[in-house]
Write a protein that binds this ligand. Structure first.
Ligand code: PHE
Length: 354
């Protein structure tokens, strides 16, 4: 009995995996296992022999079973230890640096402009970038033969041969949104329209795609004085200093009278400083909405009058954040974007007091 016991316990102790243990279990206490066969022989024994051998065999069977169970647990624990050792993770290590995107200056400035005008009660309107020549030109009092069409370096879309409809254009300014907004909402109206515009032009201050924001106010008694107040209020909020404006008579077919607006600046030391000095920087086109334009938008010019203005978003972004070359805005150079971009959680700066 002792030999039997030490033999089986020895084999169990030497087993190195669950399969080996299972084989041992079958050949020891399985149906035809050595210990099971020995138990069957109990019947042939004398009652005295049986009284000694019976409990001893039962005890051996129990012992073998629990040795197998214990060894199984031991093997599982060892396997787990091994795994924990190889899959060890130091959760206190600092994480790898992750590249984080930035907000493009055009997006940031569009947000700033929108926030300032929203404080003055302007809503945001949008229109398509591929426009009909009606919205981009005719409705804005720029008829087919008008030189302004040529001046704007318009991109025309292609028409199939034999299709004689006038081609669509990539809008050359945000002014067509004036007409679309008048048609949609009627008067009174107080909107800005930021968005992309296109002209075939390329140098340090021109790119074939750039951004404008249009402003339009229509009411019964709007005036150039209100226009001037709105613009001075806007530029002062945008640049964070009091900004004077200068109005120069100018011509745009969709306004009468029309004015180009300059803002006060200094060019001393080779840098532009807004709101100081006695130089002027041309920044925007504006005027009182032409009666024909109101009519084209379905608004009665005998009852309503309005003022409108349009300026370059990229241009005021360059001035505010000291960005020298417009072309770099659209080169997707990661170093440029990192340098001039804004953090995702940065709140658009608008000067207090508006
Ligand atoms: N649409 C003009 C441009 O792109 C700007 C402008 C807008 C002028 C509104 C007057 C009134 O140059």
């Amino acid at each position: 009995m002792d030999d039997l016991k030490s033999d089986w316990l020895g084999r169990i102790g030497a087993a190195t995996d669950e399969r080996a243990l299972e084989d041992i279990r079958v050949s020891a206490v399985g149906k035809k296992g050595e210990i099971s066969l020995k138990m069957r022989e109990l019947g042939k024994m004398t009652p005295e022999e049986r009284q000694v051998a019976g409990p001893a065999l039962n005890a051996l069977k129990d012992e073998v079973n629990s040795a197998i169970a214990a060894r199984k647990r031991g093997l599982a624990d060892a396997a787990l230890d091994e795994r924990l050792k190889s899959e060890w993770l130091d959760v206190t290590l600092p994480s790898r640096p992750r590249r984080q995107g930035t907000i493009h200056p055009v997006s940031q400035v569009t947000e700033e402009v929108t926030a300032i005008f929203a404080d003055m009660g302007f809503a945001v309107a949008e229109g398509p970038q591929i426009e009909t020549d009606f919205y981009n030109f005719d409705a804005l009092n720029i008829p087919g033969h008008h030189p302004a069409r040529a001046e704007m370096d318009t991109f025309y879309t292609h028409r199939a041969q034999g299709d004689n409809r006038p081609p669509h254009v990539l809008r050359t300014h945000t002014s067509p949104v004036q007409i679309r907004s008048m048609e949609e909402h009627g008067a009174p109206l107080r909107i800005i329209c930021p968005g992309r515009v296109y002209r075939a032009d390329y140098d340090q201050t021109h790119t074939p795609m750039f951004h404008q924001v249009e402003g339009l106010v229509i009411d019964r008694d709007t005036s150039m004085a209100q226009l001037k107040w709105v613009l001075e209020e806007f530029y002062s909020a945008f640049f964070g200093v009091t900004v004077k404006t200068r109005f120069r008579a100018s011509h745009f077919p969709f306004v009468e009278p029309g004015a180009e607006v300059d803002i006060q600046c200094s060019f001393e030391g080779g840098t532009v400083k807004i709101g100081e000095g006695d130089d002027w920087l041309e920044i925007l086109g504006s005027g009182m909405v032409h009666p024909k334009v109101l009519q084209a938008g379905g608004i009665d010019p005998d009852e309503w009058q309005g003022f409108a203005f349009g300026m370059g978003i990229d241009r005021i972004a360059m001035l505010k954040y000291g960005i020298p070359d417009l072309r770099d805005f659209f080169n997707s150079d990661l170093r440029w974007l990192k340098h001039y971009g804004f953090g995702a959680l940065e709140i658009p700066s608008t000067h207090a007091g508006v």
